[in-house]
Design a protein around this ligand. Sequence first.
Ligand code: CTP
Ligand code: MG
Length: 398
Amino acid sequence: MATPTSPRIAVIIAAAGSGERLGGDIPKPWRLLNGQSLVERAWRSFCPASLHVERIVLAVDAGYLPAALEFASTSLVPLHAVAGGATRTASVRNALREIPDSIEIIAVHDAARPFWPVEIWDNLINTALRIGGSVPAVAVSDTLKRVQGSSLETVDRAGLWAVQTPQVFRADLLRRAHEAGQREGIDATDDAELVRRIGSATEVVPSTAANFKITTAADWALAEQLAGLGEAPMPMRIGFGYDAHRLGGPGPLMLGGVRFADSGGLIGHSDGDALLHALCDALLGAAALRDIGHHFPPDDPRLKGCDSRELVRETVRLLRDAGFAPAQADATVLAERPRLAPHITAMCTTIAADLGIDPGCVSVKATTTEGMGFVGRGEGIAAQVVATILPIRQGAPQ
Ligand code: CTP
Ligand code: MG
């Protein structure tokens, strides 16, 4: 992001259009996208301190000036509003009058582009400082045709870019470009064209297709989908589980659902699989569903000597009833013996199968405690598990 020597930057938001092609009763900039108007989204997107913007000027339909001025009290960056003009160019020109001469760099942005990629900001600013102007753009990748009736002629797309906003210019150049444009009666669809007409250079900064301009009803539908994704991130949850069992059972040892044929077993109510019990606790903990003892009480006769894999599968069902699915698990087994390394893959595969996830999302690690403590003395085996779970998306395959 910009350094303390950052230039003095102002932003103009062009938001005075009616959105004829989109239609509807409310002018496009004032339509709510996931609860927030396009114009509000636009100015708020320039407020983060890291962007170093010191003034924002909104050009809005005169009837919406009071609404725009209401924003000023909640904005961290000083916010001004002016009445727009009959064309986009005229709206930007009106906003330019609200920008003091001390401003060195001006960015002009369309309220109709709610998804501009903020990560290109420094590049836009630095390019404008270096050569005068910069525009976000995407190289055209479709085959282009000039259509005349049923004659479709391919147009060479080499060097063709779809240009977006925010467009960034040295303030003096943008002012001169607009003055010249007004003198000559030019109405351009963007500011880079006016700047080009005064013979000044502008460079392209690679952007993303997501920075499209909402123009039609289909664009609006796509924007609603994208806004929904952006504002409702899947709330991943994390749980931790720990279990330890005493060695000395008849065996064989069960760990991670895998049978260790020539090792003595763990003493436990079920098969004593400390790793799977820690896993169940991690999953239940992530969903805030109490613990393994709550769901599978030790005095329940049905559980005597049972296969702990059953407990894991039942835990997954409890999770699903609560609207969650396991996503990933990472385990550490603390054991002086037996050597677990040869069995790690089998444990991961078994656990993944019971959780219904990819084996690549399960990790089992093993460590000794170098002779220390109950593990070191060979009295027992302990396991710790961290698991993540995700809400089940409605309509998603499960
Ligand atoms: N704009 C403006 N003043 C105008 C016309 C347009 O500030 N007199 C703004 C729009 O609000 C929009 C941006 O310029 O944020 C790009 O214009 P466009 O997408 O064409 O919006 P509209 O002109 O509102 O839409 P339409 O052309 O379909 O009427
Ligand atoms: Mg228009």
